[in-house]
Design a binder for this molecule. Structure first.
Ligand code: CA
Ligand code: CA
Ligand code: CA
Length: 335
């Protein structure tokens, strides 16, 4: 961690020591304790695959290339579906809009989310993700303009489930209830996968006005609201005492953008990959853990918010460290 705790990290919400953001002083320790989590000697998440279901990922970005998932069963570029999964030359994932093997990001959103989850550490450039040795699978269903169809989103999720992915990060929402989407998420759950979803940016109570997919009432959904650098609910963030599970940093988040660049974005879209990254650390720390046990650890070992009444189910903001801090505090997972 030679680049340690520079301003870049602080702006990511990973570690805050009271620095100002946009001229507003921050609250010390209103962060997710990522450096503390990284100090855990046994955390090695490179076997953990997180599927980012979004606008794609800039697979050329030098801060993401080291952490891209690659399909070990596929010989790239030979025009043959070597692993027989129905997708030809699917090396990094798949583009379900154009139905091709190049999930390149032509928007920026998916690349930003990916950097928050797992941008490479100790490479002397840019930013560091919450879980910087994870493997990121790029699944694209949102266009350059940021829109996409439920059918393509379902295809992304079904691909991830087929490939045995235990964690998907879903920084998107809109549209009404879809039984087909609910079924796909439930099927992921039946295959021990968590579905992390953004609560939405309409400042509304999802308990009253459901927001999908984050509001699907399924055990394997982990819905995330956004907090700012003072541990307050972000002004844009939707919330819900029963339908939103946890809050995480989502205001003024610096991360990767296409074209070897970086930028600051805000939204529950930015909170969601913090949650996914923390879950990847849990799965890396406890490789055999049941998905719902990982979710319980995440929700139970978080930092209580001062004014949390009615905000989120856990009443807490994400902490990446405490869920993996005490190896003897949870029973070993069933294998
Ligand atoms: Ca294939
Ligand atoms: Ca091939
Ligand atoms: Ca980096």
């Amino acid at each position: 961690w030679s680049r340690g705790l520079g301003d870049v990290y602080k702006r990511q919400g990973l570690h805050i020591v009271g620095q100002a953001v946009n001229g507003i002083p921050g609250t010390p320790d209103a962060d997710i304790d990522a450096p503390e989590a990284w100090g855990m000697s046994r955390v090695d998440a490179d076997e953990v695959v997180v599927a980012v279901i979004d606008t794609g990922v800039d697979t050329m970005h030098p801060d993401l290339q080291p952490v891209l998932w690659t399909n070990g069963g596929e010989i790239p570029g030979n025009g043959v579906d070597d692993d027989g999964n129905g997708f030809v030359d699917d090396v990094y994932g798949w583009d379900f809009i154009n139905n091709d093997n190049d999930p390149m990001d032509d928007n920026g959103h998916g690349t930003h989310c990916s950097g928050t989850i797992g941008a490479a550490a100790n490479n002397g450039i840019g930013v560091v993700g919450v879980s910087p040795n994870v493997s990121i699978m790029a699944l694209k269903f949102l266009s350059a303009g940021g829109s996409g169809s439920s059918a393509d989103a379902i295809d992304c999720l079904e691909y991830a489930t087929m490939m045995g992915v235990n964690l998907t990060s879903n920084s998107w929402g809109g549209g009404g209830f879809s039984q087909a989407m609910a079924d796909a998420i439930a099927d992921a759950g039946a295959n021990n996968a968590l579905f992390v979803a953004a609560a939405g940016n309409s400042s509304s109570n999802n308990d009253v006005n459901p927001h999908y997919p984050s509001s699907y009432d399924l055990d394997n959904v982990v819905a995330g609201a956004s907090t700012n650098h003072n541990d307050e609910l972000s002004s844009f963030s939707s919330y819900g005492a029963t339908s939103v599970d946890i809050a995480a940093p989502g205001s003024d988040i610096l991360s990767t953008l296409p074209g070897n660049s970086y930028g600051v974005l805000s939204g529950t879209s930015m909170a969601t990959p913090h949650v996914a990254g923390a879950l990847a650390l849990i799965e890396g720390r406890f490789p055999a853990i049941d998905a719902l046990d990982a979710k319980a650890l995440l929700l139970n070992f978080a930092d209580p918010l001062d004014n949390h009444d009615g905000v989120v189910l856990s009443g807490s903001r994400l902490n990446a460290f405490w869920p993996i801090a005490e190896p003897d505090s949870i029973p070993p997972a069933q294998i």
